[in-house]
Design a protein around this ligand. Structure first.
Ligand SMILES: Nc1ncnc2c1ncn2[C@@H]1O[C@H](COP(=O)(O)OP(=O)(O)O)[C@@H](O)[C@H]1O
Ligand SMILES: [Mg+2]
Length: 265
């Protein structure tokens, strides 16, 4: 038996532990005279500092859920609460990185990374050390004065990641952020994310359709079905994870089970 059992995320948790509390979330769309409800009474609690992957094929409401937590989509019913209160609109404490995200092309790398804190009126003396540190960490020190058009797609994604961390959100919402990148770039950026996550202890909600990405990144893997959490799986493997995931029999078994579950939908 691998970790494929329903965990009871809500048991034994104090309010302080919960970074994202989704209750009875329902979101309905009407398009071309048809009504669909991709999120239908969904409950999900994410603990502070936890990295949760929402895994599944397209069309299951993963992006809809993430956009609702971001405050970009209003629920038809239910609630989303963070330690800052009820989510009704986007807020700086919830940082977002989406696959299709374009970084501002008219800002040099260093100004892209500093954009958020600058916009919020944080004094330069306060944000600059963090910005410098992040630019170094994402490996763009020599590119700080470059324009985005001079960078590869992977480098632009590094800028986006540094920029979101520079804004010091407590919750990070990532929707297939590495989906458009090649295998090697993707591997590097997954490693970079894990490194920054370990350093900053942020709560991360990460959407992916890639089983291996979820196994590498997640403390918990959530699979949606019928608009709710259909599976909630604790990933038991020690970190750092890497090549051993490909050889560990328990990891291979969990991977196969996950692929099977996704295929059932
Ligand atoms: N703004 C919208 N208007 C109408 N339908 C939408 C809208 N956003 C998403 N949907 C529909 O909701 C369903 C779930 O979409 P989505 O959350 O993007 O799924 P996923 O991210 O899992 O691929 C899909 O059928 C999609 O077409
Ligand atoms: Mg999506």
């Amino acid at each position: 038996m691998t970790g494929l059992t329903q965990t009871e995320a809500t048991t034994g948790q104090t309010v302080d532990d919960v970074a994202v509390d989704v209750r009875g979330l329902t979101i309905t769309f009407t398009a071309a005279g048809k009504t669909i409800t991709p999120i239908d009474g969904l409950d999900l609690q994410v603990r502070r500092g936890e990295l949760v992957c929402i895994l599944g094929p397209s069309g299951q409401g993963k992006s809809t859920l993430l956009r609702a937590v971001a405050g970009l989509t209003r629920p038809d019913a239910g609630s989303i609460t963070t330690p800052e209160g009820a989510v009704t609109e986007p807020g700086a404490e919830r940082g977002m990185v989406f696959q299709q995200d374009a970084i501002p092309m008219w800002l040099r790398v260093q100004d892209n990374v500093a954009f958020g804190p600058k916009l919020r009126g944080v004094p330069r003396a306060e944000y600059q050390p963090t910005v410098d540190h992040l630019i170094e960490e994402v490996g763009l020190d020599e590119w700080r004065r470059a324009w985005p058009r001079q960078l590869s797609g992977g480098m632009r994604k590094r800028v986006a990641i540094a920029a979101v961390f520079a804004n010091e959100p407590s919750i990070l919402l990532m929707d297939e952020p590495f989906g458009a990148l090649d295998f090697f770039t993707r591997e590097k950026l997954q490693g970079l994310l894990l490194q920054l996550w370990a350093e900053t202890a942020k709560t991360v909600l990460f959407v992916t359709h890639d089983v291996d990405e979820a196994l590498l990144l997640a403390d918990r893997i959530v699979i949606l079905g019928k608009g709710r959490v259909a599976q909630d799986i604790t990933v038991p493997f020690a970190r750092p994870r890497g090549d051993d995931l490909r050889s560990d029999p328990a990891a291979i078994e969990l991977r196969q089970e996950l692929i099977g579950r996704l295929g059932e939908k």
